[in-house]
Design a binder for this molecule. Sequence first.
Ligand SMILES: NC(=O)c1ccc[n+]([C@@H]2O[C@H](COP(=O)([O-])OP(=O)(O)OC[C@H]3O[C@@H](n4cnc5c(N)ncnc54)[C@H](O)[C@@H]3O)[C@@H](O)[C@H]2O)c1
Length: 423
Amino acid sequence: MKSESKKNVSRRDFLRQGSAVVAGAASIAALGAPAIVSAQNVNSKITFGMLGSGSRGCSILDAIARHSQSIVTDVCDIYLPHLEAARKAAANDKVRTTENWQEVLERKDVDALIIGAPLYLHVPMSIAGLESGKHVFSEKSMGLNMKQINAMLASANKHSDLTYLVGYQSRLNENLEMIRNLIAEGSFGKITQFYCHFDRNQTWKKDGLEGKWDRLLNWRLYKEYCGGLLTEVVTHELDQVLSILGTKPKNAACQGEIMVYHDGREHHDSIMGTWKMEDGVMGVGTAHLSNGSQGSGFTLLGTHGTIESYGGKLKLYWEKAARHLDTVGVKHKFTKVKMGQSLDEDESPNSTPAKVIEFAVDSNYQDATAREFEHFYDCVLNGAKPIMDAASCHESSVMALMAYESSMNDGKSYTRDDVLAMG
Ligand SMILES: NC(=O)c1ccc[n+]([C@@H]2O[C@H](COP(=O)([O-])OP(=O)(O)OC[C@H]3O[C@@H](n4cnc5c(N)ncnc54)[C@H](O)[C@@H]3O)[C@@H](O)[C@H]2O)c1
């Protein structure tokens, strides 16, 4: 076992440095992957084993099928129809299949894991993957509870020579960089509040499943497998807001209710939470499974204007009243930035017409998924620092878990320290 892990390390070093031929290259060739002769070589491929190949797993397989930097050599799923779908989607007719994820860990010719299993398995699979010398791409969110995410952070720190990346693909959106720059330039003044939404009209329940599969594949509905709307969907928006604001949540209170789907589920189908950040910024987050009108995205409100980010589209508005902030010592930089229209061009009482900017990749799910894997390759092959790294994704999980605990305890307020103590 020791020598195996040593071999994996040298393989990894090779992938980073683009030098010698790796052990196991011949067996990779037998699987349909060109042998790795150099990371500089266009035929170099990172070999992936996928653990959990359901709906998201198959959409990842579709998105990365176009990439020359990787090949999926192994897929694993306990549900045979999903395993079969992944075998077909893997873009490798020699892909190996298994129902036992430990088998994939034991394969010396697998460089990296893609973890597409339900949330409660992310941390056990990721830690075991790192321990066996493999790079890890884990779907969001990081883990089920504080104990898991603390163990994950410690393991990622221990294995800092390996890439551990969490699948918050929106963190790579171009619009985030633009928002950060606009805020830093002062064009929206002081940000005081945010709103996040992840609203849909769908049950989340898969019907027609028999026996144990009804529970195992409807894992989103039950506490032992995930944290419901907060860890599954709102977390995407919280993660983006955190990465823009660069602050931490101080306390949270969240109400949740099963309003519509009385089918035995344990998780709410409607939640509404509030967070107060360490710097005083306050935010509201909602998620519905019975009303999709707000869609998914976030809004940031500042003293000089408003930023809305929904579906790869930014809408920027400037406050007309912001002119008066000059008189209380807040510098108004609207004219310097020159992004909006002249205040005098508009008849509306409070703000300028929206300046709309669209980002093609940010609004396309498959392209955004392909882009996050390009970032993963850059980390593995060139030693780039992961953007969705363990520390920042731990923070996003803390923010979601604070609200989750509150929603499960009738809206009682939870501080950051309250949830940290649960680890
Ligand atoms: N980043 C995104 O945009 C995005 C979108 C959707 C889902 N996700 C995440 O992807 C993950 C999977 O979601 P999904 O919608 O594909 O769910 P899913 O239920 O369709 O797929 C999960 C798969 O894991 C399999 N599985 C369960 N236990 C297993 C085990 N012990 N070993 C191997 N396989 C096992 C299941 O059989 C199932 O096929 C979740 O963490 C979810 O939050 C991310």
